[in-house]
Design a protein around this ligand. Structure first.
Ligand code: SAM
Length: 230
């Protein structure tokens, strides 16, 4: 856990500004699913708070948690005009999720750092009835091109690379992130692992019945689930 915190303290200092990223690209998609009446929202792994600030325009209160003190410092610095966001340094693995409290719980590009089943269960139990769970995260690509899933992922990957490069150029005027940002992510990704789409789908079918699981172009999947009365 301390390696993850060190990685993200380093990455935070290199990503203090908001702007297009492969995660932010899906903010509008996720925000479309926030309940119309949202008193209380929770974000897990908020990073520098780009999504928390968007969520705060749809929710009365947002509680945003992150393991990295540097991420939280920058998130607070960038959010001074949002009096309805509370940022806290917290390790979600040991954080005490209050029961049936939130109208919306979101997590972007963070669940792959956490035990997936246990964290989804804790998020689920912390939602009010009618509340919505929103997940965006990375999946492990199927690599065997002789199988339909592997072939599909290879085609998707071949389309995703030029799309991502073009979008970065459009938004930042450069084809690749700066060298020091690439180096920080490359060091971090050495100890990153992702679930396969199949694992995500099977887990959601088991513990989030009716969840909409979607594979997106830029190497990410989403889960949207509304909690119904049992
Ligand atoms: C790839 S970043 C994503 C940040 C942000 N959600 C975004 O979309 O840009 C993953 C974030 O998860 C946080 N994180 C990782 N493990 C965590 C944990 N156990 N508890 C809380 N946050 C954690 C990291 O500090 C980091 O800010």
């Amino acid at each position: 856990m301390s390696a993850i915190q060190t990685d993200f303290d380093r990455i935070a200092l290199l990503s203090a500004e908001d702007g297009w990223t492969q995660n932010n690209h899906y903010h509008n998609f996720l925000l479309r699913h926030v309940p119309a009446k949202c008193e209380s929202a929770l974000e897990i792994g908020c990073g520098t708070g780009a999504f928390s600030r968007r969520l705060a325009q749809h929710a009365q209160k947002v509680l945003a948690l992150d393991l990295s003190p540097e991420m939280i410092r920058i998130a607070r610095q960038n959010s001074t005009q949002f009096s309805n966001i509370e940022f806290q340094v917290a390790d979600v693995i040991v954080w005490n999720f209050p029961a049936e409290t939130f109208d919306c719980i979101a997590s972007l590009a963070t669940l792959h750092h956490l035990p997936l089943r246990e964290t989804l269960l804790r998020m689920r139990d912390s939602l009010k009835i009618g509340g919505v769970l929103l997940v965006l995260d990375l999946f492990e690509r199927a690599r065997n091109v002789l199988k339909p899933e592997g072939l599909f992922d290879s085609v998707l990957n071949a389309m995703a690379i030029p799309t991502s490069v073009s979008l970065r150029f459009l938004h930042h005027g450069r084809l690749l992130p700066p060298r020091e940002v690439r180096a920080a992510w490359a060091a971090h990704e050495q100890h990153d692992t992702y679930p396969t789409m199949n694992e995500v789908k099977m887990l959601c079918a088991e513990i989030l019945p009716g969840a909409k699981v979607k594979k997106h172009l830029l190497w990410r999947y989403s889960v949207v689930w509304k909690k119904k009365p049992v």
